[in-house]
Design a protein around this ligand. Structure first.
Ligand SMILES: *[C@@H]1O[C@H](CO)[C@@H](O)[C@H](O)[C@H]1NC(C)=O
Ligand SMILES: *[C@@H]1O[C@H](CO)[C@@H](O)[C@H](O)[C@H]1NC(C)=O
Ligand SMILES: *[C@@H]1O[C@H](CO)[C@@H](O)[C@H](O)[C@H]1NC(C)=O
Ligand SMILES: *[C@@H]1O[C@H](CO)[C@@H](O)[C@H](O)[C@H]1NC(C)=O
Ligand SMILES: *[C@@H]1O[C@H](CO)[C@@H](O)[C@H](O)[C@H]1NC(C)=O
Length: 482
């Protein structure tokens, strides 16, 4: 049975090749053109009957008068089919069927017409503008026409989007304001030039405000600037500067400057009364954002300098060196010191522990200098230390406006003593001072900063002691949390 079918196929093949002098064609053409599709048969054949089909539906029959044929279409005596003034709807498969006398069955030949059209595009929504609240769904698209079927490529704010396919529709949730922007589709099908269309997606959310410097060090008579960056404000935000909850009074000396999205409060010459807490606020219908500032005269955070030439180490002493920015002279420094047992165990084998060290900080008061700065440097040799021991040190500085925040922790080690009073488990070559990176957040976090502030020019011993306690508490806490 199978063999029979195969034979029949071969016979049909041979026969049809013999019957059709024409070959199947794909006609790519343009609007208003005329196409002539052949159904060219060996005319030595017996009288034949030919039917033309457009896709699956009958178009014409040589045995039936021409009225069957639709407009713009005709069938010649040689069975060729002609279609004039082509339009988009004429794109189809056209099959010429030759009906032969018994016992032969009909044979067919199919041609294809593709009326090519340059692409067109229409955005969804049509006005190309979408406004949503953060969290809402965004549904945009580019509806296209054109033959062959166009492909759609997307870009957002000029950068190509990595989509897995050439989808014409994009749906997403506006989870973040960064999803806002201009979405552009480029539609092309190889006919004419690609066409583009764009949709502007606007996402509404509460404003976002940032600052690079919330703790601003200054001194009376200097120029000082508080800068807030309005990162995002859609819908537009109202902005204002406050001091202690009241709007800042502006005049010739205290001025506002707004450039692009940078909002600055400028003190042309700082007065003592200007020092204090400030807030920049941006507010729109969806919310409000505040940034807190502190305009202060206290010194900046001091930093230890690690230089072998300066850090002279002996078994029982070590020389520390640090610098600090302050526009007023430094009255005194507090140097805090303690042995560091976190990593190093010399006495008990299992003393390595994450528990806070039992050692308390010792405070050394180091006198300041009389220079006006702005950079002040100080050096101090700590004596009476234990050989082969790692210590940690912190320094704070005070000028007439108060105490600075504490420096980053410096780790340093003393030299081994004669006869090694303590057994050492670490390599001597490892003993180099290590300065821990200051924590960025702490430096800019105004909430923490307030704990340390003493805007009191005549700060007395009691105030200082309270402050010291606060420092130790914070340091122990930060050690625990590490
Ligand atoms: C085809 O003909 C129609 C009617 O005359 C005209 O409107 C259209 O622009 C023509 N198309 C092209 C591609 O020339
Ligand atoms: C069929 O007839 C038409 C009209 O006379 C002619 O233009 C065409 O060339 C013919 N086709 C063939 C294959 O002879
Ligand atoms: C600044 O703000 C902090 C916290 O809000 C507050 O504790 C402190 O007293 C304020 N300082 C001044 C000078 O108002
Ligand atoms: C500042 O620090 C406090 C205490 O650690 C924390 O609660 C707060 O969220 C921080 N603020 C910022 C803006 O980082
Ligand atoms: C400064 O400290 C003194 C003594 O503790 C105190 O009486 C005074 O009120 C303080 N001034 C300010 C502005 O905090």
């Amino acid at each position: 049975m199978i063999r029979k079918v195969v034979i029949l196929l071969i016979v049909t093949q041979v026969f049809s090749e013999k019957v059709f002098k024409s070959v199947p064609v794909v006609v790519k053409t343009y609007e208003n053109d005329t196409v002539l599709l052949p159904c060219y048969i060996d005319d030595t054949e017996a009288k034949l009957r030919v039917r033309w089909y457009k896709d699956k539906s009958l178009l014409g029959d040589s045995d039936i008068p021409h009225h069957l044929l639709p407009p713009r279409t005709r069938m010649y005596a040689n069975f060729s089919l002609q279609i004039d003034e082509l339009n988009a709807r004429d794109s189809a498969d056209y099959t010429c069927e030759v009906i032969r006398p018994e016992p032969w069955g009909p044979i067919r030949q199919t041609h294809t017409i593709e009326v090519q059209y340059a692409p067109t595009v229409k955005t969804i929504p049509e006005d190309g503008f979408v406004e949503v609240r953060k969290g809402d769904y965004v549904d945009i698209g580019c509806e296209t026409t054109g033959t062959p079927l166009p492909v759609v490529d997307w870009s957002k704010n000029g950068a190509a989007m990595a989509l897995l396919d050439h989808r014409s529709r994009i749906r997403f949730r506006a989870e973040h304001r960064s999803l806002a922007g201009v979405y552009e589709c480029t539609v092309s099908n190889g006919v004419g030039d690609p066409v583009k269309a764009s949709i502007n997606v606007v996402i509404y959310d509460a404003p976002v405000v940032t600052t690079e410097r919330s703790f601003v060090h200054t001194a009376v008579g200097l120029r000082a600037v508080l800068s807030a960056k309005l990162e995002f404000a859609t819908p537009p935000a109202r902005t204002a500067w406050f001091r202690d909850g009241k709007p800042v009074k502006l005049d010739d000396r205290v001025v506002l400057m707004v450039q692009d999205n940078m909002h600055q409060l400028i003190f042309r010459t700082v007065r003592k009364s200007d020092l204090g807490n400030y807030t920049f606020r941006a507010e729109n219908s969806l919310g409000m954002a505040d940034v807190a500032f502190k305009l202060t005269g206290v010194p900046n955070i001091a930093s230890f300098k690690v230089e072998p030439a300066l850090n002279k180490a002996t078994p029982v002493s070590y020389t520390l060196f640090w610098e600090v920015d302050s526009y007023s002279s430094i009255i005194e420094y507090n140097l805090w010191l303690r042995p560091y047992y976190g990593r190093l165990t010399t006495l008990e084998p299992d003393a390595f522990t994450t528990e806070p060290p039992a050692n308390v900080w010792s405070k050394i008061v180091v006198p300041g200098d009389s220079s006006d700065g702005p950079i002040h440097s100080a050096t101090y040799t700590v004596r009476g230390l234990t050989p082969s021991t790692v210590y940690e040190a912190i320094v704070t500085s005070r000028n007439r406006f108060g105490w600075s925040k504490p420096s980053a922790v410096l780790h340093f080690a003393t030299e081994p003593g004669f006869g090694r009073t303590l057994p050492s488990t670490f390599e001597e070559t490892d003993i180099t001072p290590i300065l821990e990176e200051p924590q960025q957040e702490e430096a800019f976090n105004i909430t923490k900063a307030h704990i340390f502030e003493r805007l009191n020019e005549t700060s007395n011993g009691f105030a200082r002691e309270t402050w010291s306690f606060a420092t130790i508490f914070i340091l122990v806490m930060s050690f625990l949390l590490r």
